[in-house]
Design a protein around this ligand. Structure first.
Ligand code: GDD
Length: 341
């Protein structure tokens, strides 16, 4: 008998890679998305999986739609990846973000508890929950200090999962994933914004790129590696929480420097904070500017994860390092930009 899995948020980066992984493992995969997200299935086309998925309408704010889906399929595994995933916009839409990223998790858990208690559940928790951390590494024991409505809602989702696991004995695993990127990343996130922007600058289609806080540091890994960890979490005997990260931290400007290196652009940085600019030494032109409007009301300055537990218990390991990741993303965008003009 084939296993049957549900993925919410399948139209996104992680949902697409995970769907591909599960299809390759011979699962039946139900893609549960809002109807409006369905039109945005360029990632499914890119991975050539759109004809292999069963699409179902589903809305995290609508209990009826969740109940119908869970009662109907009684899934073996349920991966909740749907979210309002852009931290920056959660400051403008805090209530709907909380409804989806926080209460949405509880709605699914209630439905699983009442209708299909054997379903194994994966919750996409996030390193954003660590927020204003003072630890040089963050792991499963690190205290949360969320810094955005996005992170506060995700922290609720994380804790309610722990609570349902303890209270009702359900199989619920939280994956505390650090930032993970790829050529399938949305263009609003900083890594894709940089790889697209630098590709356009390289082909003289753009003069400069405007960004926010260049000093923020993140632990960036490759999304394709990270979805394997999600799956492994649901193959364990016992459910648990796991940090998934590379253990390396780089600033936004490091990411730009690495792109410049690959493109053969010599960049010189001048000024500090909002006055900082990046200059192409060969042309003497400013190619990076800071726009203070792109700063967040509260920032997460530094993230660096320790995924020792995932390494030892899940036998998961980092396959793609920072330099390889930047190259994969930049090559894909150079190609896209070249073809689109
Ligand atoms: N998006 C964006 N755009 N971020 C910028 C910009 C810009 O122009 N300039 C600087 N940054 C900084 C942000 O202030 C932040 O500190 C950092 O770059 C990374 O921003 P994002 O790429 O938007 O990601 P994120 O860290 O806020 O959140 C992502 O990772 C989380 C995991 O830790 C998202 O994928 C979340 O959904 C996820 O939970």
């Amino acid at each position: 008998m084939k296993k049957i899995a549900c993925i919410t948020g399948t139209s996104g980066q992680d949902g697409s890679y995970l769907a591909d992984l599960l299809l390759n493992k011979n699962y039946v995969v139900v893609a549960a998305d809002r109807r409006s997200a369905r039109s945005d299935n360029w990632r499914h086309k890119y991975l050539n999986i759109e004809k292999k998925l069963i699409y179902e309408n589903f809305d995290l704010t609508d209990q009826g739609s969740i109940d119908r889906l869970i009662k109907n399929y009684k899934f073996d595994e349920f991966y909740n990846l749907a979210a309002q995933s852009f931290v920056g916009s959660s400051f403008n839409t805090p209530i709907s973000t909380s409804e989806i990223n926080g209460m949405g998790v509880l709605r699914i858990l209630e439905s699983i508890r009442l209708n299909s208690p054997k379903t194994k559940f994966y919750q996409a928790s996030t390193s954003e929950m660590f927020g204003k951390t003072s630890n040089s590494y963050q792991n499963e024991q690190t205290i949360f200090y969320p810094r955005s409505p996005y992170a506060v809602a995700k922290t609720f989702g994380h804790y309610i999962g722990q609570n349902y696991r303890d209270s009702f004995g359900l199989f619920i695993s939280n994956g505390i994933l650090f930032n993970h990127e790829s050529p399938l990343r949305g263009e609003e996130f900083v890594t894709r914004k940089i790889t697209i922007g630098m590709s356009e600058i390289f082909y003289n289609k753009k003069r400069f790129l405007e960004l926010g806080n260049l000093d923020a540091k993140r632990d960036w890994g490759y999304a394709k590696d990270y979805v394997e960890a999600m799956w492994k979490m649901l193959q364990q005997k016992k459910s648990d929480d796991f940090v998934v990260s590379t253990g390396q931290s780089h600033s936004v400007s490091d990411f730009i420097n690495q792109c410049c290196k690959l493109l053969g652009i010599q960049i010189k940085w001048k000024g500090k904070g909002i006055n900082r600019v990046g200059i192409n030494l060969k042309t003497n032109r400013v190619i990076i500017k800071v726009n203070p409007n792109l700063y967040r009301p509260a920032e997460v300055d530094y993230l660096r994860g320790s995924s020792k537990k995932a390494k030892s218990k899940l036998k998961w390991k980092v396959k793609t390092n920072f330099k390889q990741l930047v190259k994969i993303m930049l090559d894909a965008d150079l190609d896209r930009v070249k073809k689109s003009y």
